[in-house]
Design a protein around this ligand. Structure first.
Ligand SMILES: Cc1cc2nc3c(=O)[nH]c(=O)nc-3n(C[C@H](O)[C@H](O)[C@H](O)COP(=O)(O)OP(=O)(O)OC[C@H]3O[C@@H](n4cnc5c(N)ncnc54)[C@H](O)[C@@H]3O)c2cc1C
Length: 367
């Protein structure tokens, strides 16, 4: 396994549970990888416009999450704080309600097929679920399948559970190049060390583009920055996550839903931070007294249309390359049915379109 972020670890854990001998090589660079800088949502309601299979795959993972979290807790004692309590996307004026209503209507048939219920709520219905909203909130979209988890606990539990199953993990190991060899593949590490492996999974996030290029393949992923603010612990005011604001079980509040195309810059900016804070306060006035104790930027791993890439190539047997921009949401599917497929089982029907071949034809952008 090349890459020890959420995608690599979830699949590595899944393979180790199936009795495979797995070695995870992770660079652990200075940048904050998406896996430790994300918002922690397990989210279905906006996933897959233009690619129904992605809605279905996301819904499948969300439905697997309860058992997945329980298994991790049983194997490691770590509660990853998963809650399937429903999730809200708040609208702050009539124009936003109209746009969101249109979006939900466009998604309706593929959501029904995927078994995901998404409804538009008016202000009173939204307030029933989130009493602390301001009068500026006009409505919201809501799905009962949505929820959240603690991504840092998830990372830790995947490492511990994987290691319990025999997974080995080496950090500060950057794979510089990979090429076909006598015993499958030869991996060249940054310090010149060479390793060979019969089968390889590339799950190095944005690093996959370079690794695939060393094999003469295109793997089109680009960075998209998101900034997040974290407040000091506050008395509980929010019992379910929204796409902008979520309160953890310890009481601190995460704010942020920004999307910026700034290359590999994972810094923060006062402009975006101020915009996130202003919208969060407009949604929940109680945040006016919040103290922000931390903020960070992290880079999403985006394909050209935003949907996952799970790639194999006929001339590179035993090699998979994976990327997605919802590694928390999809962790249960990655450890389950995707690991099965990588282990030689039948590929789940949903993932047949998650290849780079779809970029040969125009398609809709994901949201
Ligand atoms: C701001 C933000 C908010 C997000 N919110 C959510 C959310 O609410 N819900 C959700 O489901 N998803 C969310 N995501 C997305 C989610 O975090 C990512 O989908 C997921 O973390 C991707 O995991 P990854 O393992 O593919 O990549 P990464 O996290 O980037 O990890 C890749 C790993 O590979 C290593 N690596 C890179 N190159 C090499 C190499 N050559 N050799 C060895 N190792 C290498 C890196 O050091 C890193 O550890 C968010 C992302 C961001 C940035």
């Amino acid at each position: 396994m090349v890459g020890g972020g959420l995608v690599g670890l979830a699949v590595a854990y899944g393979l180790a549970r199936r009795g495979r001998s797995v070695l995870v090589l992770d660079e652990g660079d200075e940048a904050r990888p998406a896996s430790v800088g994300n918002f922690g949502l397990v989210w279905t309601q906006s996933k897959g416009l233009g690619l129904p299979a992605y809605s279905a795959w996301t819904a499948r993972s969300a439905r697997l999450w309860t058992d997945f979290a329980a298994t991790l807790a049983a194997e490691t004692g770590i509660d990853v704080r998963y809650r399937q309590v429903g999730g809200l996307h708040l609208c702050l004026n009539e124009a936003e309600v109209e746009a969101r209503t249109r979006f939900v209507a466009q998604m309706q048939s593929q959501m029904v097929t995927a078994g995901v219920r998404v409804e538009m709520l008016d202000r009173a219905q939204t307030r029933d679920l989130a009493p602390a909203i301001s009068n500026a909130v006009v409505g919201a979209s809501w799905s009962p399948l949505d929820g959240d988890a603690n991504p840092l606990f998830l990372m830790r539990s995947l490492i511990e559970a994987g290691q319990t199953q025999g997974m080995r993990r080496r950090t500060r190991q950057r794979v510089a190049a990979i090429r076909p060899g006598d015993a499958g593949y030869e991996l060249e590490l940054h310090d010149g060390t060479r390793l060979s492996a019969a089968r390889v999974v590339l799950a190095a996030g944005l690093g996959n583009a370079v690794l695939a290029a060393s094999l003469g393949k295109s793997f089109p992923v680009r960075p998209e920055r998101g900034q997040i603010l974290v407040t000091r612990r506050m008395p509980r005011f929010l019992g379910l996550p929204t796409s902008l604001v979520r309160q953890t079980d310890e009481g601190s509040v995460l704010l942020g839903d920004s999307k910026e195309d700034v290359g590999f810059d994972y810094g923060t900016t006062p402009e975006i931070g101020a915009r996130i804070a202003a919208r969060s306060i407009a949604s929940f006035p109680v945040l006016r007294t919040a103290t922000v104790v931390r903020s960070w930027g992290a880079l999403r791993v985006m394909s050209p249309d935003g949907f996952p890439i799970y790639q194999t190539w006929p001339d590179l047997p035993g090699l998979w390359a994976l990327a997605c921009h919802s590694g928390v949401t999809l962790a249960a599917a990655h450890a389950g049915p995707l690991a099965d497929a990588i282990d030689g089982g039948a590929a789940p029907a949903e993932i047949s379109q998650f290849t780079t071949g779809r970029f040969d034809v125009p398609s809709a952008r994901a949201v």
